[in-house]
Structures are given as C-alpha cells and as structure tokens.
Ligand binder design. Structure first.
Ligand code: ZN
Length: 304
C-alpha cells in the first residue's frame, strides 16, 4: 500500500442480510455509520447511494470508496461484469451491478473485494494479524467464507477463494446428515455453518451442553478446514470469526483437531504445539467488515 490520501473515505459492507454504509478518515476512524436490511437489489442499491451521499454531504467529499461484498463476485477488472454479484442463491441478486451505481454517483475510485477478503485486510492492518504478511480470515455463521492475504495482498485468482465449499472427510458420528449447502449438500458450509448445526440437531451450539457430541463434530470439521488451508496456502495465522465462533470454547477443540489432521507433517511449532496465537479470534470483532471496506478505499485511492 502506498501513502494514504488525505480526506474522507466511503466504506460499505454489503451483506446478505444487512448493508453497512459509513464514512471514515485517513486514520482508520469511522466517523458516521448507518445500517439497513438487504432487500431487493434496486431498493437496496438506491438506498445505499442515497445514504452515502447524505453522509458525504455531512462529513465531506470522498477521496475513494471501498466495498466489501457477499459473493460470489466478479473481481476481474477486464470482465464485462466487473463489480457485479455472480450466481447466488439469494433471490434477485444474480448479476446485480453493485459498483456501477457508485461509480456514476461519486466521481472517485472504488475498491471492490469480497467481504471476507476485506475483513482479512482489516485484521492485517489493524487487528489480530498485524505482525504477519500471510493470513486467512474465516467466518463461520450463516455460511462459511474465507478471505486470504498473501504477501500483504488479498488473493483473487480465477475468481476468489471459496474455502467454505471444500469437502471434508465425514465425522464418524455424522454419517446420516445430508448437509444444507444448496450447491453441494455436504461441503463444509453444508456440514458446519450455523444453519447446518441447527438442521442436524435442532439447536445452535450455545443451546447445547458442553458434553454434547455436536461440539466435537463442529470442531473436527473446522479443524479439517484449517488443516487444508495450512496444506494449500500455508498461512502464518488463521483468524476465525463469525457467529458460531462466538463460542470461544471451540478454539482449543479446533486447535487439537488441526494438530490431529496434520499428523505431525508440518514441522512448525505453531501447529505442532497447538499454540494459541495461530488460530485466533478476530481482534476487530464485528467491526472487521466495515474497517475492511475502509482499507479497500485506502488502497483504491493509493492506486491512482
Ligand atoms: Zn457448498
């Protein structure tokens, strides 16, 4: 990242259930923030543009805007659909252009990335992964998503990582459950997201006793996901957030499963010894998304 331009920056967290729209300053401070529910695309996007315009009138002109969006999204800058939501089960949103209306309404650069890459960027810049250049940010909630930073930059590639849809090996006590992913059934999101836990046992984890086998099943799947990430992109830290991860007792269980699945093969203290600064909770908590959007705005301003 180059020097951060002076001034004010728009930050937008586009989520499947809510949008957060904010203006922040060059020091990473959010000055004004508004949230509203995600409804149909036309209503939501026009609400978004009006909201950001109002905030900009109140605070000052925007040097750039950053938008972290639910996915999948088109990130290839030379693609016709750049800035759009790709095929999504969310009704009406497939093909929605989310950056175009912002480009037309505000004459400033727009940074665009997945919500999880944005959160990873925020944790790297201001949160739990400031001291490492390679990290993964995972969210385990209504879905499972992951953003990755390699050498300080978000990974895109063919599309962008979709690590929540990898297939884990079945836990021995979970053979009969079909999974809930509309695309794959029993991928990780289908077996270990919040809705998957409820579909399997009728309750969320926080409603279950500490001895309930669901804890071990959940920890095993998330441990497998972390192990596969260690084996593929070799992150120096894994930040694990989202609603399900508010159950902090999962962390030691996941660390143990990671160790087990790696089988001693990765010769690094971080995973051999199950140290508690390798798989960690987000330090920015629920602010990671909107601060990530602000970081995207900084980077967009620095590109010009
Ligand atoms: Zn899936």
């Amino acid at each position: 990242m180059g020097t951060i331009a002076a001034g004010y920056f728009g930050a937008i967290e586009a989520g499947g259930t809510k949008f957060v729209c904010a203006v922040g300053d060059q020091d990473g401070k959010i000055l004004v923030e508004e949230r509203f529910p995600t409804t149909d695309p036309a209503t939501t996007i026009s609400h978004l543009v009006a909201c950001l315009r109002r905030q900009s009138v109140e605070i000052g002109p925007l040097a750039a805007i950053g938008l972290g969006s639910f996915g999948p999204i088109e990130l290839r800058r030379d693609a016709r659909q750049y800035g759009s939501i790709l095929k999504t089960p969310k009704p009406g949103w497939t093909g929605t252009d989310v950056t175009g209306p912002l480009v037309r309404a505000f004459s400033c650069p727009i940074g665009f990335d997945t919500d999880v890459n944005a959160a990873a960027l925020a944790e790297h810049r201001w949160g739990a992964a400031q001291d490492v250049e390679d990290l993964v940010y995972l969210t385990v909630g209504t879905g499972i998503g992951g953003g990755a930073i390699a050498a300080g930059k978000p990974i895109h590639g063919l599309m962008h990582p979709e690590v929540g849809h990898m297939y884990p090996r079945r836990h021995a006590s979970d053979a009969g459950f079909a999974g809930v992913c509309p695309f794959h059934g029993d991928c990780l999101e289908g077996l270990a997201s919040g809705p998957a836990i409820i579909a399997r046992c009728g309750k969320s984890l926080d409603q279950l006793d500490a001895g309930d086998p669901q804890w071990e099943i959940e920890a095993d799947y998330l441990g497998q996901l972390c192990a596969q990430l260690v084996l593929t992109i070799s992150p120096r830290r894994i930040v694990l957030g989202g609603g399900v991860m508010n159950q902090l007792q999962l962390f030691p269980l996941i660390r143990r499963r990671l160790q087990l699945w790696l089988g001693g093969y990765i010769d690094r203290e971080e995973v051999l010894a199950c140290v508690d600064d390798y798989i960690v909770p987000p330090r920015l908590g629920a602010q990671a998304g909107i601060l990530g959007a602000l970081a995207l705005a900084f980077d967009a301003a620095a590109r010009i």
